[in-house]
Design a protein around this ligand. Structure first.
Ligand code: GDP
Ligand code: MG
Length: 444
């Protein structure tokens, strides 16, 4: 797929005269690639029209880097299509929110409910799960198992067959218990049956959710638009989660879901496990859609801003995939200085969206400084132990010592280790990374 796009752009840059015909051929090639990524035909056509308006043929003819200009235009256009223009409702910690999950059977609702709860619990929330799926046998057991594993309170029944009744009871109970995130899992039938939508509407009416999340399997293909629209017409969908992004599907259906529900994608599911769940980040997603590989921009940036003599060492460390506390410490230092490598790391999906959300740079900096103070206090008989410490082996007494030594709370030290694990996971994805030579970098 990436191949065909780059071939199209290559042909284009080889052509001496860039006229309408060449541009059209190029766009048609890219259209085919996007269709293969399950982007809806109509959306691709809209994009084509917009690109033609944006890309100025005179500019292209004047010898600017044609490939770059078109590539950038397409990239930007796809990013825009994933932005519905308004953010979704965001629950606030310590204030009660009810969040209802909807979607077809097998899309990953129950799994995602737990992931969503677990994600917030790790950040200090008090989530709870309500099983309003009385249709499928075993639905309650599944939710119960997940919830127990994550130590999240849950509510459901083996006897009661009315999902509305259970939903209402569950929500009421957890409101009384001062839970701040009450998550209602619903049933999804095989097809988009009338009965399913009616039941969903009733659960929604009775529990008055602050947010309805539409869960979509990334491999749904061209059916995504109709499916998302059908759900949107029955309940007030306010956000989308795309699951199974660890599979083959590139997730082009996400564009359809955004278009049909006018809601943003907020998370993606990347595996069956509880922590295989990521905050949705537009740019790496679009890179993947275009077959550019998540790291191409990142590698470009390394060559652009990291001094030549430091590049081999950094790339070597990356390709080994071993993330130590020492590396984390050094990268934090770089980020605070916003030196060259700091700039590079701020581009990493995990670093940018989670650690340093846009518009909250001050808070993020303070947090990073706090983490560094704690790491500074990790000594053994006066010697720093960042290289030899394995965070997986941290026991309570060590964590307590770090907290005391840095004057921080236990919870904060644990949060720092959580952060470490999260970053180590991102870092490990780069293991075995082929290190391209300069000049190979800018090829799409
Ligand atoms: P529901 O019917 O919508 O509640 O879907 P489930 O939560 O029961 O999930 C259906 C299947 O998809 C289960 O086998 C899950 O383990 C699996 N699943 C859910 N999310 C993901 C994901 O992000 N990646 C992978 N690989 N499997 C997932
Ligand atoms: Mg389910």
């Amino acid at each position: 797929l990436g191949g065909s796009i780059s071939r199209a752009l290559q042909q284009m840059s080889n052509a001496t005269i860039i006229d309408e015909k060449v541009l059209n051929e190029c766009l048609n090639e890219i259209t085919r690639a996007l269709l293969q990524s399950d982007v809806q035909f109509k959306l691709v056509r809209d994009m084509q029209t917009n690109i033609k308006k944006i890309v100025n043929l005179d500019d292209l003819a004047a010898g600017h880097n044609k490939r770059k200009i078109i590539q950038q235009a397409i990239f930007n256009e796809l990013c825009k299509m994933l932005d519905p223009g308004k953010p979704s409702f965001t629950p606030k910690k310590a204030k009660t929110s009810v969040v209802m999950f909807v979607g077809l059977q097998g899309s990953g609702k129950t799994t995602t409910c737990t992931k969503y709860a677990y994600y917030h619990q790790k950040k200090g929330w008090k989530p709870a799960l309500v099983c309003a799926d009385t249709f499928r046998a075993g639905a309650f057991d599944q939710l119960k198992q997940n919830a127990t594993k994550a130590k999240i309170p849950f509510y459901g029944s083996y006897m009661e067959s009315d999902p509305v009744k259970i939903a209402v009871e569950g929500v009421e109970r957890f409101k009384k218990e001062n839970c701040d995130l009450i998550i209602v899992d619903t049933s999804g039938r095989h097809k988009q049956e009338v009965a399913l939508f009616e039941e969903m509407r009733q659960v929604s009416e009775a529990t008055k959710p602050d947010l309805v999340i539409f869960v979509m399997d990334s491999s749904i293909g061209q059916a995504a638009f109709d499916q998302a629209q059908a759900f949107r017409q029955s309940v007030a969908v306010g956000a989308v989660i795309v699951t199974k992004m660890d599979g083959h599907a590139k997730g082009g259906g996400a564009l359809s879901a955004v278009a049909a529900t006018k809601s943003p994608v907020i998370f993606i599911g990347t595996g069956e496990h509880m922590d295989e769940f990521e905050v949705f980040d537009v740019k790496p997603f679009v890179s993947r859609l275009l077959g550019m590989g998540d790291w191409s921009g990142f590698m470009d940036k390394i060559h652009e801003v990291v001094p030549m003599d430091q590049q081999p060492e950094l790339l070597q460390k990356l390709s080994e995939g071993n993330f130590t506390l020492r590396i984390m410490y050094e990268q934090f230092q770089n980020i605070l200085k916003m030196g060259p490598i700091g700039q590079v790391f701020s581009m990493l999906p995990g670093f940018s969206a989670e650690l340093m959300p846009k518009g909250r740079e001050k808070e993020s900096q303070a947090k990073i400084k706090r983490y560094m103070t704690m790491m500074d206090s990790m000594t053994n008989e006066g010697k720093p132990v960042l290289d030899s410490s394995n965070p997986k082996l941290m026991n309570e007494s060590r964590i307590m010592r770090i907290a005391r030594g840095s004057g921080r709370q236990l919870r904060e030290v644990m949060e720092m280790f959580e952060e470490y694990k999260r970053l180590a996971k991102i870092w490990s994805k780069m293991k075995g990374l082929k290190i391209p030579k300069k000049g190979e970098m800018s090829a799409l």
